[in-house]
Design a protein around this ligand. Structure first.
Ligand code: SUG
Length: 445
């Protein structure tokens, strides 16, 4: 049975802001305290979704979460009316309030790890929401992510959902940002590659020294167990700690795969030769393209600044592949030259499309961070909540919805404005109806 890969892009939430919350993520720190434009951010994301839909791909929409997160602020001891809670949280710590207002759920590559039914022991599509335990603002996401995923993929005949791993850094899990899948075609059994930054229970292994490793081997192994993946179809590989220390906080900042193509930087992995040998021996077909980018071609700094590897490689009609890149890749001469060489060389990628997702890039999120990939058979796709699949009509409604509810500038002091909470809840209440999600937010219960 034929399968397709659906990209479920995160809609940017109404509180999108720059708070410098992610140590190790260079863009987040560099743009801290800048004024953001939530409306433009959401429209840029929608434009990318619409363009991929127009390219003939099936495109999904993933709802943002409720922010400001009043529930968490109450859990941390702030009391009174919502207005009083916002004011006292801001007085106690503007950064804490900003963390509870972050729109970071837009980066759905971090929402979960997904294994298609062709790979799993019970032939269901498996989802494990990521605990995102390394960053406080992101650790607020998993429970609602899990609930939204269950509303999007509700049919238990096809879909199995696992609760996020224990909320502890030993099991730090950042979802699909550290996971990719190679396969001959989407319906074939694939080779699932889990990349981790450190081992939690064995301190003799190398680890970064400057910035945190957000994914552990033990977390990746747990997910492979939960999803019922066979050892012969699974690879665990350690990320090079040196590149984490240069700002490669997730593997998808330095490698990207699609079907029979893996595009990666020569410094991405700790033991590249061993990794390549394992991939080559476990990948069943003989059409594999391991495309290694050298430091001479693109430096780590250029990779981090342009997000060359945070691109999406998508399969178009007749098996041609396109690379969906941020405009930063066009503006950097080394990266632009490399892309030119890439599409001219003999490999399946023969086309590049550039997108302006700058509002997201300024927080360290490129095109690939904005999407969660789910390979689905025709029957599974038919079982997905149809209101979460983009159509021309849904696109028009979402653009109108953003323009109606979103501000075009937001500073950190605005986050204490009770009116922003009201605007945000009104918008999400309407959105949950547009996407037929039911009462998925706490304020709706
Ligand atoms: O977790 N930035 C996100 C970016 C996530 C990118 N995702 C992938 N690479 N898949 C993060 O670091 C910044 C928020 C702020 O600073 O306001 C932030 O959360």
């Amino acid at each position: 049975m034929k399968s397709v890969e659906v990209n479920f892009d995160g809609l940017v939430g109404p509180t999108h802001n720059y708070a410098g919350l992610s140590e190790g993520n260079v863009a987040s720190l560099n743009n801290a305290n800048e004024c953001s434009n939530p409306q433009q951010a959401a429209l840029q994301g929608l434009q990318k979704m619409k363009s991929l839909h127009d390219m003939g791909l099936v495109q999904g929409v993933f709802a943002p979460q409720e922010r400001p997160d009043i529930y968490t602020l109450k859990r941390l001891g702030f009391q009174g009316t919502d207005e009083q809670i916002l004011a006292s949280a801001y007085n106690a710590s503007p950064t804490l309030l900003a963390a509870c207002c972050s729109a970071s759920t837009m980066w759905t590559a971090n929402a979960a790890t997904v294994s298609p039914s062709a790979d799993t022991s019970n032939n269901k599509v498996h989802f494990t929401s990521a605990n995102l335990a390394n960053k406080f603002h992101r650790s607020l996401e998993p429970e609602t992510t899990h609930n939204i995923l269950k509303r999007m993929f509700a049919d238990e005949q096809y879909f199995e959902h696992h609760k996020h791993l224990n909320d502890n850094e030993h099991l730090g899990d950042e979802g699909a940002a550290n996971h990719t899948r190679l396969c001959e075609s989407y319906e074939a059994t694939g080779l699932e590659i889990f990349t981790y930054g450190r081992t939690a229970f064995n301190h003799s292994n190398p680890a970064p020294t400057k910035y945190p490793a957000r994914q552990t081997l033990e977390a990746s192994q747990s997910i492979a167990r939960l999803h019922g993946l066979a050892a012969e179809n699974t690879v665990f590989v350690q990320q090079n700690p040196n590149v984490i220390d240069q700002g490669v906080f997730h593997n998808d900042v330095i490698a990207v795969g699609n079907q029979n193509v893996l595009l990666y930087h020569e410094q991405a992995y700790l033991n590249t030769a061993t990794f390549k040998a394992e991939v080559a021996s476990k990948y069943k077909a003989d059409n594999l393209h391991l495309l290694e980018v050298t430091t001479d071609q693109v430096s780590i700094q250029d990779a981090v600044n342009t997000y060359l590897f945070n691109t999406q490689i998508v399969t178009l009609a007749r098996g041609n592949m396109a690379i969906i890149a941020p405009t930063q890749c066009k503006e950097n001469p080394h990266v632009s030259d490399y892309l030119h060489t890439l599409v001219e060389a003999s490999n399946p990628i023969n086309h590049v499309e550039f997108f302006d997702v700058n509002q997201s890039m300024k927080n360290g999120g490129g095109p690939a961070c904005l999407r969660l990939r789910v390979a689905l058979t025709e029957q599974e796709l038919a079982a997905v909540n149809p209101s979460c699949i983009l159509s021309d009509c849904l696109y028009t409604s979402l653009v109108a919805w953003v323009k109606k509810h979103y501000r075009d500038q937001l500073t950190l002091t605005d986050l204490r404005d009770p009116q922003l909470l009201t605007e945000s809840r009104t918008a999400l209440d309407e959105l949950s109806q547009l996407l037929s999600l039911g009462s998925v937010y706490r304020f709706q219960r």
